[in-house]
Design a protein around this ligand. Structure first.
Ligand code: SF4
Length: 359
């Protein structure tokens, strides 16, 4: 048996599930990672859990949490002459208040899909006559590669490259969630983000709210054993931060990756879709790297903009409603024609529920 197979084993999953069913108190856990959302829905874990255990999805998809105002800003930047917007493909369909980047491209704006920031930098190096802006979307997982790319642009004197940073960090969002949604008893912490930040930031949240969580991998056994851990800590009335993903996450995180983030970025307030402004939850460029900040370079400023009429992404992202409780779900809002961002990315809550059914 491949050592990873045990994390997919139906027999081991059944044994853990039997232990989970021994706990009879009501418990609500939230996962804050889009990959967990998909794993939980695709594997059918939700339908196997006893009725007293409720699962809700949080703001785990970076595309989903990008505010409408920031989408508008990216579209506005695309309309500046001689600018090329480079971005991950997911961002093309995310709606701004009037259109999206795909529409902007069809109207002749220069928008290129890239696989990562280094591709954007290469494009800038190959096209010195064009100002290339990379859209910095993502959490602590993607921020280090963007930081490394900005450092490289500085070292190589590539001046026609800049980043429109919409990066966000997870711990302040946990703080905001616990402040607004008292139903959350504990978290499944994001596996990928935790490889970078380690366990300490979660301990700060634990100290403030006395709500703990478990860092988990993405296979069914990972997720079920994380739920079992959560139940045990609730029963013992001892919330804590547990690292259940030792094969990928070190308690101290990835120090090199954090050094890249801390050298290039500084935390700043950020607007989250449907959640408003969360203090110190975004990453802007610091000091000597500010010249690579597209907002500074082109005088771009985000404006607040309400979500599309009828779209309840804000409540979905905070776990206040299930995606299918949105009246637009599956009717006027589908992955082919998304109204809100949670239906755009495959890891968005609405898209995952649409694909894997009302489980
Ligand atoms: Fe927004 Fe569509 Fe989800 Fe409703 S179903 S919350 S409109 S993304």
């Amino acid at each position: 048996m491949n050592w990873l197979d045990e994390f997919k084993s139906p027999e081991i999953s059944q044994k853990i599930l039997a232990q989970i069913k021994e706990f009879d108190f009501p418990y609500t856990f939230m996962e804050v990672c889009g990959t967990h959302t998909v794993s939980i829905l695709r594997s059918g874990i939700r339908s196997l859990l006893p009725k007293n255990i409720k699962h809700i999805s949080g703001p785990g998809c970076p595309v989903c949490v990008t505010s409408q105002g920031d989408c508008d800003l990216a579209i506005l930047a695309a309309s500046i002459p001689n600018i090329c917007i480079t971005t991950f493909g997911d961002m093309l369909k995310v709606p701004g208040s009037k259109s999206n980047l795909a529409q902007a491209r069809s109207e002749g704006k220069h928008v290129e899909v890239v696989y990562g920031p280094l591709d954007a930098l290469k494009y800038a190096a190959d096209h010195p006559e064009t100002e290339v802006i990379f859209l910095g979307i993502g959490f602590e997982t993607t921020a280090p590669t963007v930081a490394a790319t900005i450092k490289k642009a500085k070292e190589q004197n590539i001046h026609n490259f800049s980043v429109l940073s919409f990066h966000k960090i997870v711990p302040p969002a946990l703080d905001a969630l616990l402040s607004t949604n008292p139903k959350i008893d504990g978290f499944i912490y994001p596996g990928h983000v935790s490889t970078v930040i380690g366990t300490k930031p979660y301990k700060d949240v634990l100290r403030k709210f006395n709500k703990g969580g478990v860092i988990a991998g993405f296979e069914p056994v990972d997720i079920l054993s994380a739920i079992l851990e959560l139940l045990k800590m609730q029963k013992d009335n001892q919330p804590k931060v547990v690292n259940n993903y030792h094969r990928a996450v070190k308690d101290e995180g990835n120090i090199n990756a954090m050094n890249f983030i801390n050298e290039v970025f500084v935390t700043e307030d950020a607007e989250w879709r449907g959640m408003g402004t969360i203090p110190n939850s975004g990453l802007g460029l610091r000091g000597e790297y500010k010249k690579f900040c597209a907002k500074t370079k082109f005088g771009l400023k985000s404006k607040k903009s309400p979500d599309p009429p009828g779209c309840r992404c804000g409540e979905v992202l905070q776990g206040l409603i299930e995606p299918y409780e949105c009246p637009l779900f599956g009717k006027v809002c589908t992955p082919i024609k998304p109204v809100g961002p949670c239906m755009v990315s495959t890891e968005g809550s609405c898209a995952a529920h649409y694909k894997y059914g009302k489980l």
